[in-house]
Design a protein around this ligand. Structure first.
Ligand code: BES
Ligand code: MN
Ligand code: ZN
Length: 498
């Protein structure tokens, strides 16, 4: 889709377009722009007649209104409050783009961005309205022999009230487009099946991204991974015929000596559970067990497109978790890159086994902060559902500050997270008679115990862990969300503003 910013004169109904999207309120009042458009009184009449309730997300299409240059007027409910509630604004945009999916209009002007939204500014309105359009346009049917009809809208202008606003809005539009591209990349990678998105495919994706967006990349193969003594990572990879990949991407947008932020993604391209095999129901969804990796790729793409002045390293550990004659057995013990030995009590707790070596590898960058992103535990889905990612850090001043930055980025982007405790006492649930640490703890607090496992490999730097098992995927309709590219991108943008 081709996006632009358009200054809309509130008195002029002269904007030429196939469709103009305007808000209406539940109390039958009209926002200023809609009122100005309604010289003929048709919109007020439609509201009065009950043709549209004005409830957030309700829609009504009118055609060829007197004195209106636009061919169509798409009325969209903004809810009860004239200072629009955030959710109502998001609902209204989502509904508008859904309605446009079934119209013949190839171009449109969105005037919803003119209304005031509670506690949000123009930049937020522009970014949210843009990302909602990306979401409407995205289809996961890459492998259907005949793809569904493409989204009909090709050009979208977002309305602002003045030339001064337009300047600011254009910057936010560019940022939102970069974010939308990154989100779509993450969604595509997670939506494509495990027989396509293999560790090799992820390695090639990294190389292609690095070439197209001009950053450094290294894709390590099995021999090099062995040389690094990543015994824990390899204990997962060994059950599969697909060779593992360890991917390191480096973007140097900041000062030469500035410490980088390191993002570490879990890249299990399919999680069968291994010898501790998962039940058959919905196992297909475990193709998105590389959602953390996908978000690292998406975020790298976005920040390079944005030209963020920051140094960022993206690390992805990629392999399959399969049962086979070469697969790890429960009780097997391996030496991780850190030197700590790990007893594999459950081969389905594989994410932490690959991440711990990637987290040790991250030490070499003397990072300003390390954030790992992983579809790590079913327990996190039980705790927080599909709306909120779990955020885990230690509890000290530096980590509280990092957690606050990440939580704020979540609120700003709408890609929200919630902090969970990583109190020392939970570490008592991780004890092994035979090795330094087991990969599974005693029952209770499964997502925290997983974080406690990772914590033991992150003591040399400031670290946060995002459990995205619930947020990276939605079950109806089935598909990847591209989260938390929005959160990570916002976090990095905030860091450059500092
Ligand atoms: N990839 C799964 C976690 C997961 C579950 C992600 C559901 C998305 C949706 C992870 O590898 C896993 O299997 N974790 C186990 C850990 C347990 C064996 C300690 C789990 O959560 O059951
Ligand atoms: Mn698993
Ligand atoms: Zn997994």
């Amino acid at each position: 889709m081709d996006f632009s910013i358009k200054t809309l004169d509130p008195k002029a109904a002269s904007a030429k377009t196939a469709c103009i999207i305007c808000g209406v309120f539940e109390n039958r009042k009209l926002p200023a722009f809609t009122a100005a458009l309604d010289a003929g009184g048709h919109i007020a009449a439609a509201l009065k007649a009950g043709d549209i309730s004005g409830k957030a997300g309700s829609t009504l299409l009118l055609r060829k209104l007197d004195g209106v240059a636009a061919e169509r007027v798409l009325l969209v409910g903004l809810g009860a409050d004239e200072e629009v509630a955030e959710r109502d604004f998001l609902n209204a945009n989502e509904s508008a783009y859904k309605a446009l999916a079934n119209l013949g209009a190839a171009d449109a002007i969105n005037a919803l961005t003119l209304v005031d939204v509670k506690k949000r500014d123009l930049g937020w309105r522009i970014e949210s309205a843009t990302l909602a359009a990306f979401n409407a346009e995205y289809k996961p049917d890459f492998l259907k022999s005949k793809r569904e009809d493409a989204y009909p809208l090709k050009k979208l202008a977002l309305g602002v009230a003045s030339a001064k606003e337009a300047t600011l809005a254009k910057q936010h539009l560019a940022a939102a487009i970069a974010t939308g591209n990154g989100v779509n990349l993450a969604r595509e990678l997670a939506d494509l099946p495990g027989n396509v998105v293999t560790p090799t495919y992820l390695g090639n994706t990294a190389k292609k991204l690095a070439k197209d967006f001009k950053f450094d990349v290294e894709v390590l193969e099995r021999k090099q991974i062995e040389a690094l003594k990543m015994g824990s990572f390899l204990s997962v990879a060994n059950g599969s015929d697909e060779p593992p990949r360890f991917i390191v991407m480096k973007y140097n947008g900041g000062k030469a000596k500035e410490a980088p932020v390191v993002l570490v993604g879990k890249g299990i391209t399919f999680d069968t559970g291994g010898i501790s095999i998962k039940p058959a129901a919905n196992m297909d969804e475990m193709k998105y067990d590389m959602g953390g990796a996908a978000s690292v790729f998406g975020t790298m793409r976005t920040i390079v497109e944005m030209g963020l002045k920051l140094n960022v390293v993206g690390i992805v550990a990629a392999c399959e978790n399969m049962p086979s004659g070469r697969a790890t057995k429960p009780g097997d013990i391996f030496t991780s890159m850190s030197g700590q030995t790990v007893e594999v009590l459950n081969t389905d707790a594989e994410g932490r086994l690959i991440l711990c070596d990637a987290l040790t590898y991250a030490e070499r960058f003397n990072p300003a902060a390390v954030i790992d992103i992983a579809t790590l535990t079913g327990a996190c889905v039980v705790a927080l559902g599909h709306h909120t990612s779990g955020l885990f850090t230690r509890h000290d001043e530096a980590h509280d500050a990092l957690a606050d930055e990440i939580l704020a980025a979540g609120r700003q982007s709408g890609d929200v997270a919630w902090r969970m405790p990583v109190f020392d006492i939970y570490q008592d649930q991780l004890k092994s008679n035979f090795a330094d640490i087991p990969n599974m703890g005693t029952p209770g607090a499964g997502s925290i115990i997983a974080a406690c496992f990772l914590e033991r490999f992150t003591r040399k730097y400031t670290w946060a862990h995002l459990d995205i098992a619930g947020t990276a995927w939605r079950s109806s309709p089935k598909g990847a969300t591209g989260r938390p590219v929005g959160l990570l991108t916002q976090f990095l943008r905030q860091r450059t503003a500092k």
